[in-house]
Each structure stands twice: as structure tokens, then as C-alpha cells.
Design a protein around this ligand. Structure first.
Ligand code: MF3
Ligand code: CO
Ligand code: CO
Length: 293
């Protein structure tokens, strides 16, 4: 496999622009989301907002075959759900995955997703979503120079499995920059100290897919939609980040609370998506919001 690209600070500044728009678009989706909407309505919102900003939705025509501008993955759909006539109902959970590119400004990609609550989902639905959200925060806290991809995978796996959930193996995070999907492949499971050693300037996504049941995947015959083989609920969160000299910078971090998803003020409480923390720090912060790891 080709090597992970090391980016300059000038390149990171350009990547950050695409990431900022992706993050802002996700915030907008959260504000508009409600029961009765179709997944196609979300597609229209993302498509139009992106074009208004002189950017382009990277999924559209991806690999010559993805037909829409965003992925919308409802309930047992793990990822790559295609927007359409499906109406969102009270109690659904839905991942919305936004990837933005500025074709006229160097062609940098920003990739981020979150799982939202439609109305008032069940405690089990909230469980898998919150476990997934926290697992990504822990992974981000582990992302720093000298750490390995195995450390990141382990942070996710040990937490998710300790909470009775499972980690999807069939899809990974990925290097990102002027290409959508490049090396390295970022597994959401693994063992500490194994795999690629991280260096400042590496840019990649972390995007754990966490299931309430078993980790096995099945596919719909549309060629894209991945669902849980046991039809259990699945959640996903994704950020694009750069490794810095002392940790990581979450390029798709949000500057506000994600409506219909974050029922705690995560933006004020947690690393990540907000600031860099070492493991001990992350644990302390998570303990403060009632999560023990
Ligand atoms: N955004 C997805 C990811 O996180 C990829 C979607 S590809 C598409 O990597 F074609 F399905 F949109
Ligand atoms: Co991605
Ligand atoms: Co994505």
C-alpha cells in the first residue's frame, strides 16, 4: 500500500476550508432534521447548501455510480445509505455523512458524519449512538505523533465492546487530502502499539461504525447500502483530522452543539471535537460527563 501523505501547514489550511464547510453543513442538517422529512429532503439540503458555497458534494457520481450528494443511513443501515423517498419517523436514528470538495481551490476533501435522533428513540437506540460518539472521542484523544493506528483501533474497540456493542470490520477510516480515499486504512479495532506509527502532517478520517448486535455486514442490491446482517441498529460518527506536533487537530470539529444528536453540551465538555487531550485527560473529562472508561 502506498504511504500516508505528510502535508504542509499551507496544505492543511486548504484542507481545513473543505472540512469547515462539511462541519457547518452537518450542523445545518441537525437543525432541519425532523420526523416526516424524507432522506431525499436531506440530500436536497446538503446539495443546495454545498453549491451555494461554491463547493461540490463529493459523493455525487463517486466511482461513476453513487447517485446522490450525501449518504443517509437509517437504523440498521451501517453506511452508504442512498437518499430517497424513505420518510423519517419518530424513533429512528440516522447517520448523515457529508463530504465536501472545493474543486476550484485545490480540490481538497473534508469528510464528517454524525448520527442524529429523530424524535425520541428508544434507550437501546440511544445507547449505540452514545457508545459510538464516545468511541470516536477516545480515538481522537489517542491520535498523536508516536502513537500507532492500532492504538486508535484499540481505543474504539475496547470501549465499544465493554459497552456490549460490536465494531464493524468491513469499512475503515482513510487517508484524505486531495484524494477522497487514500492510504492509510484506519481500522476501528486493533491492538495497542501495532500498525502505522503516526507523524505530524498525516491527515485521515476516523469513522467507527458500531452495532448493537453482531458486527457482520450484508448489502442491498443497490450496490452501495450496507446493513447489519442481524438487522440490529448501527451508528456512526466521523471526523477528519491532522496529526500535530503534540496531538491532533480535528479539522471537522464543530463550533456549536449538533442539534438532534448531542443531548449534552459535548462541544464544551469533550476533547475533540474541540481540543487535544492525552488519555488521562480524556478519561477525566469523560468521567465528568458520566462516562467511565
Ligand atoms: N463519506 C464516506 C466515507 O466516510 C464515503 C461515501 S462514498 C459514497 O468515506 F459514494 F457512498 F458517497
Ligand atoms: Co470517510
Ligand atoms: Co464520510
Amino acid at each position: 500500500m502506498a504511504n500516508a501523505v505528510i502535508h504542509t501547514s499551507r496544505q492543511i489550511a486548504q484542507l481545513r476550508q473543505a472540512c469547515n464547510l462539511a462541519a457547518e453543513t452537518l450542523l445545518l442538517v441537525g437543525q432541519k432534521l425532523q420526523a416526516g422529512m424524507t432522506t431525499d429532503d436531506i440530500n436536497t439540503l446538503v446539495h443546495q447548501h454545498t453549491l451555494t458555497q461554491d463547493a461540490w458534494p463529493a459523493p455525487l457520481n463517486y466511482r461513476g455510480s453513487y447517485p446522490k450528494s450525501v449518504c443517509t443511513s437509517v437504523n440498521e443501515v451501517i453506511c452508504h445509505g442512498i437518499p430517497g423517498p424513505q420518510v423519517l419517523r419518530d424513533g429512528d436514528i440516522i447517520n448523515v455523512d457529508v463530504t465536501t470538495i472545493f474543486p476550484k481551490k485545490g480540490g481538497w476533501y473534508g469528510d464528517t458524519s454524525a448520527t442524529f435522533y429523530v424524535g425520541d428513540p428508544s434507550p437501546m437506540a440511544r445507547h449505540v449512538v452514545e457508545v459510538c460518539r464516545v468511541s470516536l472521542e477516545l480515538a481522537l484523544a489517542a491520535a498523536r505523533p508516536g502513537a500507532t493506528l492500532g492504538d486508535i483501533g484499540w481505543a474504539i474497540q475496547q470501549y465499544a465492546e465493554s459497552k456490549g456493542c460490536s465494531v464493524v470490520r468491513d469499512y475503515t477510516g482513510h487517508g484524505i487530502g486531495r484524494i477522497f480515499h487514500g492510504p492509510p486504512s484506519v481500522k476501528h479495532y486493533g491492538r495497542p502499539g501495532t500498525g502505522l506509527r503516526l507523524k505530524p502532517g498525516m491527515t485521515f478520517t476516523i469513522e467507527p461504525m458500531i452495532n448493537l448486535g453482531t458486527p457482520e455486514v450484508a448489502h442491498l442490491d443497490d450496490g452501495w447500502t450496507a446493513i447489519t446482517a442481524d438487522r440490529s441498529l448501527s451508528a456512526q460518527f466521523e471526523h477528519t483530522l491532522v496529526i500535530t506536533h503534540d496531538g491532533c487537530d480535528v479539522l471537522t470539529r464543530r463550533n456549536a452543539v449538533l442539534v438532534n444528536s448531542e443531548d449534552k453540551p459535548w462541544v464544551e465538555k469533550l476533547p475533540l471535537s474541540c481540543f487535544v487531550a492525552d488519555d488521562a485527560n480524556a478519561r477525566a473529562i469523560l468521567a465528568e460527563v458520566g462516562v467511565s472508561v
